[in-house]
Design a protein around this ligand. Structure first.
Ligand code: HEC
Length: 151
């Protein structure tokens, strides 16, 4: 009986941890945006000063980072609208993998990404995310092919 009770403790903790709190993404939904307009936002806000994105280039923009941070491309987990919105309006929430280092973050570990929150309209943000999301390709899971075993 005691062991059962002991087992309930981690189970309860697990359930509590899984409950969505007031700061969860539950209920988050973006209105439909316009990808073409989003591309114009991407260019006009000069995201290319610090980023690369396949198919979009602007050689007139001065580079602002030691090496540009690539956006889009192959990913093993889908990039959600929520993640992309967060990357733009709260970049330090989760630093892009491999970029938590000098040149990309400050001494406090905060992202050096420019803050657009006082500049960008909500519509621009929605269009931007609509444009960016399909730039990520979900890489198919590569199964290891073991030789068939015939007994
Ligand atoms: C001054 C440089 C700078 C500018 C300008 C900039 N960024 Fe960034 N951005 C960064 C850095 C550095 C990172 C990596 C650290 C982080 O995750 O915040 C980053 C990360 C990101 C990420 C997350 C990438 C990932 O793989 O998780 C997205 C999305 C992004 N930026 C979008 C944008 C968009 C859209 C714009 C233009 C509106 C923009 N950035 C402008 C510096 C910049």
């Amino acid at each position: 009986m005691k062991t059962i009770r002991l087992m309930l403790i981690p189970l309860t903790l697990l359930l509590v941890a899984c409950t969505e709190g007031p700061e969860s993404a539950r209920g988050f939904s973006l209105p439909e945006g316009n990808a073409e307009a989003g591309k114009a936002v991407f260019i006009s806000y000069q995201c290319l000063a610090c980023h690369t994105l396949q198919g979009v280039a602007d050689n007139d923009i001065a580079q602002q980072l030691p090496k540009k941070v690539p956006l889009g491309g192959d990913v093993s987990k889908i990039k959600t609208y929520g993640e992309l919105v967060t990357s733009v309006i709260n970049p330090s929430h989760k630093i892009a993998p491999g970029f938590k280092r000098e040149g990309y973050t400050d001494e406090e570990g905060q992202s050096l990404m420019r803050n657009y929150n006082d500049l960008m309209t909500v519509n621009e943000l929605v269009d931007l995310v609509t444009f960016l999301q399909p730039q990520y390709n979900l890489k198919p899971f590569n199964r290891t092919n073991y030789p068939q075993y015939f007994p």
